[in-house]
Design a protein. Sequence first.
Length: 145
Amino acid sequence: MKRTVIIAIIALLFAGPTTAQYRRNSTSDLIFRTYTHQFGQLAYGEAARFDFIFKNTGKDSLIITNVKAKCGCTPVEWPKKPILPGEKGKIMVSYDTSICGNFQKSVYVFTTENNQGIKLNLSGNVSKPGPESKHYDLYKKKYKQ
């Protein structure tokens, strides 16, 4: 028994730290750790932001030329400088939680080497605030309740 435990510990020590895996879902050299994020249940007025982490796996630099969301409720920020081969970065996507209910939103990333767009997805549910919420008055005014 002791021998098994010792072998397991030694194996873990030599395994070393694991690195995050990146997944390819298109022919692009820009690959993401994940292409989908599920926020789950969000409170009305709560900050909802997710960073989509990417890596340039190509042999050349590329530029993210545009990132488009289908509506204004999903603002995005992305690096404007060239992304060197092997370089990592992030696309920050937010959701406006002053809109109650379930949501599923897509964001499309366009680069100098991929003009078809790489699709990133967000989903979640924004719940109505209760009377004890600090955002209740804003909710009542917006939804005229």
